[in-house]
Ligand binder design. Structure first.
Ligand code: PMV
Length: 354
């Protein structure tokens, strides 16, 4: 690659938190640690084209500004630009070359547009990987470890949970005594062995409501500042993460399910008990949860749900139950999905250069 101009392309997946990040301090520092499964099929693919600005090229007054065009699914997308502008402002001191280049950011998602699946994690992760590729071209001596850590660090500044979409199948973010190398600044691949019960763990995402969320995650995080239960919740996240560390090792799915579902409901409880309070679940979210509970009771199949900040339901289950669970979804859950839509995904490995 010449440093004058060139192109990179990366894909980065979405992730689903098991212990939820909800509440943050300044500079995207999480109020509690979290851990997620990296997904495989739901991802953003971003091509970054860069060309060095020459002193004579930029119009007067624009020399010291970020210069970029944004294409979403091949078409200019002006309404995404302020988000990227803000991201560039936040990361500029860590990537001093940003203002030397004009960028074209050409991005697309593999999941349906406005499906209610947040693309901020995969989108920011894919952009961060591309920017790190450019930095590596400028500083070829950097180690792989530095490359991925810094990519996660930058992605975090774009969207907190994006730092868990860089590398590894199970990723922890936030300082936790029992997780070696864990940090509030970037996500780390889970350091210990994961029991084979979690191998190719499945996540079928039921699309319950594809509408725009009434309350953004940014506002939700902020409402944790004066939240009556915040401190207890932050402590609970540490406790649940400790329990999960043991469960990842011993593969006890019954105990795993208890933590995962409790975390999902706790996240939504925080929303319901903030001021102002709000509810992101829809009636069909609850129908699905109750139907999963009934099915699990009757069959003893270790299937459970989790939720992110929205109405959609992630159905999690081991690969060896795939056939039975997919049949159950088709028979009993699909009617609760908008336009009968759901997406089959599973644990993946993180970002990939294309
Ligand atoms: O990364 P953000 O700021 O969009 O927050 C995401 C928060 C949750 O998805 C609800 C939980 C998580 O840990 O991913």
């Amino acid at each position: 690659q010449s440093i004058e101009s060139g192109q990179f392309q990366w894909s980065a997946p979405s992730n689903i938190a098991l212990v939820k990040y909800w509440g943050k301090k300044d500079n995207q520092i999480p109020a509690n640690p979290s851990v997620s499964f990296t997904l495989n099929n739901c991802k953003t693919i971003t091509k970054l084209t860069f060309a060095k600005k020459h002193i004579s090229t930029p119009p007067i007054g624009t020399e010291n500004k970020f210069s970029f065009d944004l294409l979403f699914e091949g078409k200019p997308k002006e309404d995404f630009k302020p988000k990227i502008q803000k991201f560039f402002e936040r990361i500029e001191s860590y990537l001093p070359f940003l203002k030397d280049y004009h960028f074209t950011i050409d991005t697309q998602n593999t999941f349906p547009h406005s499906s209610g699946i947040a693309s901020s994690a995969s989108g920011m992760a894919a952009l961060a990987m591309n920017l790190m590729s450019l930095e590596k071209t400028l500083n070829p001596a950097m180690t792989d470890d530095y490359f991925y850590k810094k990519a996660s660090f930058l992605a975090r500044l774009g969207s907190g949970s994006a730092c868990r979409s860089i590398k590894g199948q199970v990723v922890a973010w936030g300082q936790q005594a029992n997780i070696e190398g864990s940090s509030d600044l970037f996500g780390v691949e889970f350091p210990s062995a994961i029991h084979e019960n979690f191998k190719n763990y499945q996540d079928t995402i039921l699309l319950v409501d594809k509408g725009e969320k009434q309350v953004s995650s940014t506002v939700g995080h902020d409402l944790m500042h004066d939240h009556p239960f915040a401190e207890r919740r932050f402590a609970q996240a540490h406790e649940n993460l400790d329990k999960l560390i043991a469960l990842f090792e011993n593969g006890n799915l019954e105990e795993f399910i208890k933590i995962i579902e409790s975390e999902a409901l706790t996240l939504h409880s925080m929303m319901m008990t903030s001021m102002p309070y709000y509810i992101l679940m829809k009636p069909n979210t609850l129908q699905i949860i109750n139907t999963i509970w009934k099915f699990r009771n009757e069959t003893q199949i270790p299937v459970c749900f989790t939720l992110d900040a929205g109405a959609n339901v992630h159905v999690l289950y081991p690969e060896n139950q795939k056939e039975k669970v997919l049949q159950f979804i088709k028979d009993e859950l699909v009617d609760y999905c908008q336009n009968a839509q759901y997406i089959c995904d599973e644990i993946g490995n993180g970002a990939m250069q294309l």
